[in-house]
Design a protein around this ligand. Structure first.
Ligand code: FEO
Length: 131
């Protein structure tokens, strides 16, 4: 079984800019799957850094759309975004990426958070935006 995320229509929110950015986030996580156990620590660190930066860029985009549409759940949603970024910042990458097992644990957290967030939390917003 692959640890990669398989993108399909269930991930689509119907907001094209958001969907394109989600696809990019999925691609970055999938590149981490390819790299764990193969690439050196600095390469892995670079991918996690890329994920953090792109996630922050994406979260800003999404929060702007929410603010412009007057979405009532903005504060709660923003908190979820902040928690994800904070968690990445808390990872001790020197320790985690020195162990393949810990690297997979981190990957499973990142993958689980992102898929749940898109499928449940982002979609809740998308449904309201399009109502
Ligand atoms: Fe697509 Fe709420 O992040």
């Amino acid at each position: 079984m692959t640890a990669k995320i398989t993108w399909d229509s269930s991930f689509e929110t119907g907001i094209s800019e958001v969907d394109a950015q989600h696809l990019r986030l999925v691609e970055i996580i999938n590149s981490l799957v390819d790299a764990i156990g193969h690439a050196d620590k600095n390469t892995l660190k670079g991918i996690v850094e890329q994920l953090k930066e792109y996630a922050q860029y994406h979260f800003r985009t999404e929060e702007k759309i929410m603010a412009e549409s007057g979405y009532a759940g903005l504060a709660e949603h923003r908190d979820e975004h902040a928690m994800f970024v904070d968690q990445i910042l808390l990872f001790d990458l020197d320790v985690i990426l020195a162990s393949e097992g810990l690297a997979w644990d981190m990957l499973h957290f990142l993958r689980g958070w992102l898929t749940n967030h898109i499928l449940v939390v982002d979609k809740r917003f998308a449904v309201q935006l399009q109502a």
